[in-house]
Design a protein around this ligand. Sequence first.
Ligand SMILES: O=P(O)(O)OC[C@H]1O[C@@H](O)[C@H](O)[C@@H]1O
Length: 151
Amino acid sequence: MELTFNLALPVAIGGDHAGFAYKEEVISYLEGKGVQVKDFGTDSPDSVDYPDFAHPVASAVESGAFAYGILICGSANGVAITANKHQGIRAAICWGDELARLARSHNNANILCIPAKFVDTATAKEMVDIFGETAFEGGRHENRVNKIACA
Ligand SMILES: O=P(O)(O)OC[C@H]1O[C@@H](O)[C@H](O)[C@@H]1O
């Protein structure tokens, strides 16, 4: 099991209308740091259905072609519920630094789900940094993570 993300790979990002402005800001932030980002939409604040964006991001992360994923909607529940239908996905809703750290170190989460209506953009960007940089601890947590996926 990989303990850290392969940060040479691009990051996959997507979300619905409620996450659109945050998504644009996170993309600018990551690209400003030299991180490659693939934007799976949505492309405007017009109302859309979050599964249309969460499934493609989840499939992309599952494929192994991306370092990790970021999904953003109003509560983060819609995108997280959708992404977690994929066997290879562990999508974690986070609203603060410590949650983002624990999602990585304990749960080896591979998609960060951000609730745009409940965090500010500064917190969102801090969580993105922490999520991308924090290693999975393995050990006792690896046994648990290995039991998550259904046969
Ligand atoms: O903007 P409306 O359509 O009210 O609600 C969309 C939000 O409803 C929740 O499932 C998701 O968080 C999504 O962003």
